[in-house]
Design a protein around this ligand. Structure first.
Ligand code: ATR
Length: 285
């Protein structure tokens, strides 16, 4: 399929610094094409300090939607006119939407993660979840799990103070000391790795954020690392008979929520996933 780009084609942007590694243009352009939407996405470098002027483009409806990556997420949260609840809680925006009232800031990462669990047949409602890591991705996931009806969230991080901070993002979340990780894994239904451990390493022999002999067939194991798609953690989970959700799940579903917010159209997530896989293959083989 090819497409026509004309003067009436709506423009969306992904902004950040660095931005040239972003998978967003591949995902969104594939979704636009498949849904026959007259939209395009381009990547634009957005160094620290450029957030307010970029938000202006959306506020004036010159840009139809903007995806925001680091380092702009916190400053864009200050520059927009309205914040959705997740973005307000996290003080971080990954999506800007032109609204009647100006520019609206959203944070779709956490809801994207929960959507990826549900799409794989694992509704987190009523479950106990172990979240390993306490960075920005962890906080957005904890915030979204807190609104998804989970029973309990145990947060474990290499640096315990980070876990204590991250656990503030959901009422049922509790920071657990790193030496209690094994017990927390044993008593959880869902285990989520939000750290970079395993990134860029072969599944065979790669590092795992927890002792993989603890994994059971009744666990659901999710990793947000998507290079490689099968991390050492996920490979061990498969060997243990557990269900797995790989890192493209969150990436694709958070992008689908962005597309829906900008265009009003629910995109085909399988098309977006295929585009992401093709792009990763082209880059890494
Ligand atoms: P992101 O924005 O992707 O969440 P981040 O904010 O840099 O990334 O957070 C990285 C997370 O991975 C942190 O929880 C970090 O632990 P610390 O808070 O102790 O730094 C965790 N992390 C990174 N490398 C790690 C490693 N080798 N072992 C354990 N945890 C690691």
């Amino acid at each position: 399929m090819s497409r026509r780009i004309t003067a009436s084609t709506r423009m969306s942007l992904v902004v950040g610094d660095p931005v040239r590694h972003s998978l967003s243009p591949a995902l969104h352009n594939a979704a636009y094409l498949a849904a026959d939407l007259d939209w395009v996405m381009l990547a634009m470098p957005g160094p620290v300090g450029s957030g307010a002027s970029l938000v202006d483009l959306v506020r004036r409806h010159e840009v139809g939607g903007m995806a925001v990556t680091m380092p702009l997420k916190p400053e864009v949260a200050v520059a927009v006119d309205v914040l959705d609840p997740a973005a307000a809680a996290l003080r971080s925006v990954n999506t800007v939407v032109p609204d009647a009232g100006g520019a609206r800031g959203m944070s779709t990462d956490g809801d994207g993660f929960v959507a990826s669990l549900r799409a794989s047949g694992h509704d987190p409602a009523g479950t106990s979840v172990l979240v390993i890591g306490a960075g920005a991705a962890s906080r957005s996931i904890i915030d979204a799990l807190g609104r998804a009806g989970v029973r309990a969230i145990a947060v474990v991080n290499r640096t315990h103070s980070g876990a204590v901070e991250a656990a503030q993002f959901a009422p049922m979340a509790l920071a657990v000391e790193h030496d209690q990780l094994d017990g927390a894994a044993a008593s959880s239904n869902i285990i989520v790795n939000t750290t970079s451990v395993g990134m860029g390493q072969d599944a065979a022999g790669g590092a795992s954020p927890l002792d993989v002999t603890l994994l059971r067939a009744d666990h659901v194991v999710a990793d947000i690392v998507y290079h490689p798609l099968q991390t050492a953690l996920l490979a061990a989970a498969v060997s243990a008979g557990a269900a797995t959700v790989d890192g493209l799940g969150m990436l694709v579903h958070q992008a689908a929520l962005q597309c829906e917010a900008w265009t009003g159209v629910t995109p085909d997530v399988s098309v977006m996933r295929a585009a992401a896989e093709a792009e990763l293959l082209a880059r890494h083989g």
